[in-house]
Design a protein around this ligand. Structure first.
Ligand SMILES: Cc1cc2nc3c(=O)[nH]c(=O)nc-3n(C[C@H](O)[C@H](O)[C@H](O)COP(=O)(O)O)c2cc1C
Length: 199
C-alpha cells in the first residue's frame, strides 16, 4: 500500500477542497493517506478580516497539523498552496523551512512529489508557484512527477506543471469537473510512479 502525504495550506477553503478530492481519489485507488493542513501562522487580525478565513479555520480546527514526520512516513507527497503574489503561501513555506533536519539526513530524497495550487486569475502565477515548489523538491532529491499532457484532462485544464484552480472574480468559484479530473489524474499518476519505483 503506497503511503501518500497530502500537505497543504488553505486560508478560505479552496485548496482544502482540492486536497480533499485528491485524498478521496487516492484512498479509492488503495493508498494509505495522511491529509494534513499546515497550521495557521497569520496574525489573528488578518484571519478575522475575512469571514471565509474564519470559517475555514473553524472547519479544520480538530484536524491534525502537518508535521515533518508526515513527509518522513510517506512514499509519495502532494503539496497544495494558494498562489500568493506568484509564490506559495508563507504558511506553507514556513512549514517547509522546518524540514532542514530531515533534508540533512537525506530523508526527503527518493520520494515522488507533485503539487497543486489555486489563484484568483488564470494567469495569476500558478505556474511560478508550482515551479517554486518544484525547486524545493529538487533540493530534497525528490522525484518530481508533473502531469505533462499525459491525459486528456490536461488538454482541458491546460496545466502540465500540476493542477491549478481559478477562483474567479469573487474568489470563491467551486471546483468544476475539469479541476476534479485533473486532480484525479495528478494523484493517480503520482501513486502509479511511486508503485513502479517500489516494484
Ligand atoms: C496576499 C494574497 C496574495 C495573492 N496573490 C495572488 C496572485 O498572485 N495571483 C492570483 O491570481 N491570486 C492571488 N491571490 C488570490 C488567492 O490565490 C486565492 O484567494 C486563493 O487561491 C484561495 O485559496 P484558499 O481558499 O485555499 O485560501 C492572492 C491572495 C492573497 C490574500
Amino acid at each position: 500500500m503506497t503511503k501518500l502525504a497530502i500537505v497543504y495550506y488553505s486560508a478560505t477553503g479552496t485548496v482544502d477542497a482540492m486536497a480533499r478530492r485528491a485524498a478521496e481519489t487516492a484512498e479509492k485507488a488503495g493508498a494509505e493517506v495522511r491529509l494534513r493542513h499546515v497550521k495557521e501562522t497569520a496574525p489573528e487580525e488578518a484571519v478575522q478580516s475575512q469571514d471565509a478565513w474564519v470559517q475555514h479555520r473553524a472547519d479544520v480546527t480538530d484536524e491534525p497539523d502537518a508535521e515533518p514526520d508526515d513527509l518522513d512516513w510517506a512514499d509519495a507527497v502532494l503539496i497544495g498552496t494558494p498562489t500568493r503574489f506568484g509564490s506559495a503561501a508563507s504558511q506553507l513555506q514556513g512549514f517547509i523551512d522546518t524540514l532542514g533536519p530531515l533534508w540533512s539526513q537525506g530523508r526527503l530524497a527518493d520520494k515522488v512529489y507533485a503539487a497543486f495550487t489555486a489563484s484568483q486569475t488564470a494567469h495569476g502565477g500558478q505556474e511560478s508557484t508550482l515551479l517554486g515548489l518544484y525547486a524545493n523538491f529538487a533540493h530534497w532529491g525528490g522525484l518530481i512527477v508533473p502531469p505533462g499532457y499525459t491525459d486528456p484532462s490536461k488538454f482541458v485544464d491546460g496545466n502540465p506543471y500540476g493542477v491549478g484552480h481559478v477562483t474567479g472574480p469573487e474568489n470563491n468559484a467551486p471546483l468544476e469537473d475539469a479541476d476534479r479530473d485533473a486532480l484525479d489524474h495528478l494523484v493517480t499518476r503520482l501513486l502509479d510512479v511511486a508503485q513502479r519505483l517500489a516494484a
